[in-house]
Design a protein around this ligand. Sequence first.
Ligand code: SAH
Length: 244
Amino acid sequence: MNRFFVEAEVLATAPEVTLSGDLAHQLTRVLRLEAGDYILLLDGQGHEYEVELQEFRRLGKTETAQGHIVAERDAVGESRLRITLYMGLLKGEKFDYVLQKGTEVGIAAFVPLLSERCVGQSARPERWRKIIREAAEQSRRGLLPALEETPVRFGAALERLKQTGMYALMAWEDEHARSLKELPSGLTELALLIGPEGGFSAAEAEQARNAGVQTVSLGPRILRAETAGPVAAALALYQAGDMQ
Ligand code: SAH
């Protein structure tokens, strides 16, 4: 069944729903669905609604689809461990890959990070949100990963982590002792910090440790930044018993 994340107002009229805009267009023109076909609507908060399509209307250029909710349930596909990835801004399309692959793996929230060696692009929130939504639909996530639109400076990110007391780890290429194997069992919130192409400096690693953020290794090979983000998340989820 095709899956779509929708805004809360679409579900406010439950059990009847009216779909419009891009979604209606996709249902009719792209997927060529008809009355009697079923789709899944997701509220992005962990609930899914099975909808039987009933009627399509076309008013000039505007298309709408009417549907009826036939079943409602908790969405599957979410981990108990909520990972927030603080990811150094990257050049070109590399940040897009992190969002796409990170969403597939199971990251709950993305925060673009501005660190010392960042030479990457400026924020592109609209494009980024679209990538996350499509990846979440494709990978059958129940939760739509959150995106912080404005990049956060390294120091401000550390300050925030310190204040919230969230368990946080920074993948640092010069750390050789600690690893993600030491993740406390039963953890429900984890912040992961990954550097940009040029990595984190020794000064940043020290700053992180002083703020209570442990540095960890991801193993003996140096991964590209866009690989390191999704891989670190996968290792943490595996360690938490959520991936197999
Ligand atoms: N330019 C650096 C590598 C940066 S890799 C160098 O050549 O040394 C980009 C980011 O990915 C790093 O800042 C770190 O957060 C993460 N990373 C990649 N491989 C890693 C590893 N083996 N251990 C820990 N972190 C790693």
